[in-house]
Design a protein around this ligand. Structure first.
Ligand code: NAD
Length: 513
């Protein structure tokens, strides 16, 4: 199988991944249309080591971008912005369509790198890449439709509005969907005429650079999409940069709060896609098999490391034992192992500290009175090269109560907490009793009840009789402390443009002086 065409990830390197010799030496910064080594003498030169979650091996390291690197990336983006923003939507659309085609063409390469770097199964990485090119293709279509409004006023005067880009936008990503996040942010930003400087998570720096290469190959002007690497310090520099008009952030609530504070100092536009602790409500009149499928989708994709996961699973009391029996049997059947193996259904968690954190939530749940119905401990694969990987058996917790830590806090791992309930009124109140509001799910055959709940739940997205389906046409974003602003759909355009009003006088100005 020919696996790589990208200049960034040589084929030999990927083959080496399966033999234990994967070590990337290529530069991971991308500026002004080229892969670059970090600027000499820039900042504190902090180095990050990147581990392959499935083996624990170091696969690459990089030097964090400092002030000089950030300034150059923002400057390069500004230069690209002056030409890009003046193109017609249709002209921008052509570049994005070609980028979408290239992503499709390189889908397997990108998916392999994503699985090596995140630990998620290759079958899921392929779907992530699909949702990524779909975003680029969707916004290619939208680019040509951007328009203002004409407003007729008295005396023949009129006004019109211009939908204008913001300028240089910064994208800051989390580690769970690295390539998808880079596309979900850059596609609407570029379609609207903006340029972008993107910083992936320091745990997953690889595929954003592949995207940068693709945009260049597709004909984007040099500097339109730049990648800087680093963690908190690099992020701080980006958020403080005076040349940046907008920050679109995906990550945790505490970091989102810091970014909001930083953005306030220079009044930057902001989109915050933050964490969740979403409720999944299963009524006894549901199709039980579908509800069990929904609970699995709501908890165990990407090793449970999904922001919108429905980890508080409320089940109506009269079907609780049937539900538990089925959900535990399915959870026990999940195939763990090598993320690159076609039959693997769950891979490794992102890092050793994160694995330890997730396991400690299970221990704490036991102390607080929950019952571990399955999983919740480490998994050691037979394959010797995976024995230091960060695997854990997916866990279902019974006998949970709302005040337990496992129910109140985002765990971001494969841990489902099941909570019984009696009435609709009670479950709505309990489901909303959280500061977070990213998503929710409802399983019922009662159509009116489903829509009543969709209206009553304080969340940005409500799934009815399914879960974690995120078509690119559907806006996605949080309520409450899960953030604000929308990604995907036409709605995202609002967050990457500003509206200028132009008043045109057709008579003589009336003046009281
Ligand atoms: P994180 O907040 O630790 O880091 C996210 C990004 O912010 C990283 O790139 C990090 O380097 C950067 N960063 C950290 N401190 C910064 C600062 N002070 N200024 C600027 N940048 C800074 O989150 P994570 O651990 O990478 O991701 C997991 C979290 O992301 C979870 O809470 C999850 O729910 C959330 N998430 C939300 C969505 C969504 O769409 N709502 C999607 C994926 C993940």
């Amino acid at each position: 199988m020919e696996i790589v065409r990208s200049r960034l990830i040589p084929a030999s390197l990927l083959r080496a991944a399966s033999t234990g010799a994967f070590q990337l030496k290529e530069p991971l910064n991308y500026r002004h249309g080229s892969r670059l080594q970090p600027c000499a003498g820039d900042g504190d030169r902090r180095t990050e080591q990147i581990h392959e979650p499935a083996s624990g091996r170091v696969i690459c390291d990089f030097i964090c971008s400092g002030r000089q690197e950030i300034d150059l990336a923002v400057q390069s983006a500004k230069e690209a912005y002056t030409t890009w923003s003046r193109l017609s939507g249709l002209e921008r659309s052509r570049v994005l369509l070609e980028a979408a085609r290239l992503i499709r063409e390189q889908k397997e390469d990108i998916a392999i790198v994503e699985s090596i770097n995140t630990g998620k199964p290759i079958t899921e990485s392929r779907i992530d890449v699909d949702t990524a090119w779909q975003a680029v293709e969707y916004y290619a279509g939208v680019a040509g439709t951007l328009a203002g409004q004409h407003i007729q006023l008295s005396g023949g005067s009129f006004a019109y509005t211009r939908r204008e880009p913001l300028g240089v936008c910064v994208g800051i990503g989390a580690w769970n969907y690295p390539f998808q996040i880079a596309c979900w942010k850059s596609a609407p930003a570029l379609a609207c005429g903006n340029a972008m400087v993107f910083k992936p998570s320091p745990l997953t720096p690889l595929t954003a650079v592949m995207l940068a290469e693709i945009y260049s190959q597709a004909g984007a002007p040099k500097g339109l999409f730049n990648v800087v690497q680093g963690s908190v310090e690099t992020g701080n520099l980006l958020c403080a940069s005076k040349g940046v008009a907008k920050i679109s952030f995906t990550g945790s609530v505490p970091t989102g709060i810091k970014i909001m504070e930083a953005a306030a100092k220079t009044v930057k536009h902001l989109t915050l896609e933050l964490g969740g602790k979403s409720p999944l409500v299963i009524f006894s009149d549901c199709d039980l098999e579908n509800a069990v499928r929904g609970a699995m989708l709501a908890n165990f994709l990407s090793q449970g490391e999904v922001c919108s996961n429905g980890t508080r699973v409320f089940v109506q009391k009269d079907i609780l034992s049937q539900f538990l029996e089925k959900v535990v049997a399915r959870t026990k059947g999940i195939k763990l192992g090598d993320p690159l193996h076609k039959d693997t259904q769950m891979g490794a968690l992102i890092s050793k500290p994160h694995l330890d954190r997730v396991l400690s939530y299970v221990e704490q749940a036991k102390v607080q009175g929950a019952t571990v119905l399955c999983g919740g401990d480490v998994f050691v694969p037979d394959d010797p090269k995976l024995q230091d990987g960060y695997f854990m058996k997916p866990c279902v917790l019974g006998d949970c109560r709302d005040e337990m830590t496992c129910v109140a806090e985002e765990i971001f791992g494969p841990v489902m907490s099941v909570l019984p309930f009696d009435t609709e009124e009670e479950v709505v109140q309990r489901a909303n009793n959280t500061e977070l509001g990213l998503a929710a799910g409802v399983f019922t055959r009662d159509l009116t009840r489903a829509h009543r709940l969709a209206a009553a739940l304080e969340v940005g997205t409500c799934f009815i009789n399914n879960y974690n389906v995120t078509p690119i046409e559907m806006p996605f974003g949080g309520y409450k402390m899960s953030g604000f602003g929308k990604e995907n759909g036409i709605a995202a355009i609002e967050y990457y443009t500003q509206l200028k009003s132009v008043y045109v006088e057709m008579g003589d100005p009336e003046c009281p002086f």
